[in-house]
Design a protein around this ligand. Sequence first.
Ligand code: MRU
Length: 365
Amino acid sequence: MNVDGVPYRTIWLADDGETVEIIDQTKLPHAFDVAPLRTLEDAAQAIASMQVRGAPLIGGTAAYGMALAMKTNPSDDGIDHAYDTLYRTRPTAVNLRWALDEMRAALRNIAHDARRGAAYRKAAEICDDDVEISRGIGRHGLALIREIQKKRSPDEPVNVLTHCNAGWLATIDWGTATAPIYMAHDDGLPVHVWVDETRPRNQGASLTAFELGHHGVPHTVIADNVGGHLMQHGMVDLCIVGTDRTTAHGDVANKIGTYLKALAAHDNRVPFYVALPSTTIDWTIGDGVAEIPIEQRAGDEVSEIYGQTADGRLETVRIVPEGSPVANYAFDVTPARLVTGLITERGVCAASREGLASLFPEHAG
Ligand code: MRU
């Protein structure tokens, strides 16, 4: 997508063909910095510190992390060490494991001196595929927005509420939850997005708002607790969120607070859709609440807040009294019964074992 008229993906290779470059998302929206990743450790640190984040981009970065590792240690031990180092960075997004499994399978049975080149090619393929997957999600989600718009006067916008950032910054391009929104906007359909700020790290306020603003999509940032009120007053037509891990039964783990929005949507009969690439489905588990590992992050993400002062300085300030304990659960699980439908690259289905099996029969059984 475009930033100041320049098309960007979230991860790419530098001109030397080896260094990986990323947009440092910890600096957005106040600074647009590109950061180089030269080693396996750089890639692992970028994921853990959330310079890159969002399930598909975590997977893409892990894939390039394996490629960076193959530059210095293309042995079997090198593959295992890179796999373990990257796997430990974040626990909830299953795309991480998926991408590492893909890379290991592509590298294991080839000669050591061919591994470096093969790893870069496979990482590029994973990223290119993700762009096409997001495009597919966009096309299927666009049909849902179009259906709602058809019942409106031509200028009346469809109001979409989204949580966290499941936009192009969370993927390689387009995004998952935002892909239908961008396509609707590009097709001339009037859309307006309610952007949950998404405490504690504010991915909505800082990243989703940044993206939508640069693409010219009308949006309004709201505090996390506002969505229920808007739904009670008919101001939300549908919710579209992303997911970090979807179970074979259709439960979804997404950024903390998603579950509360799903409850409010259910109570107010607002359709609640989850947009996901199939790489986010964990076919090995059924009960998301019991089985999906929920990341707990450092307390300072809750007790402190980062932003720009009136005179342009970037500062972190404390907002919790010294000595008050804090807890920082990064994700929650929304049970399938609260999800109206799953928007995938192959179409929209019910959030259920049968629904997913109808689109992905190769995993049924
Ligand atoms: O902690 P984050 O910022 O990595 O969490 C991201 C989300 O929760 C996204 O909604 C999810 O990864 C889907 S991204 C298309």
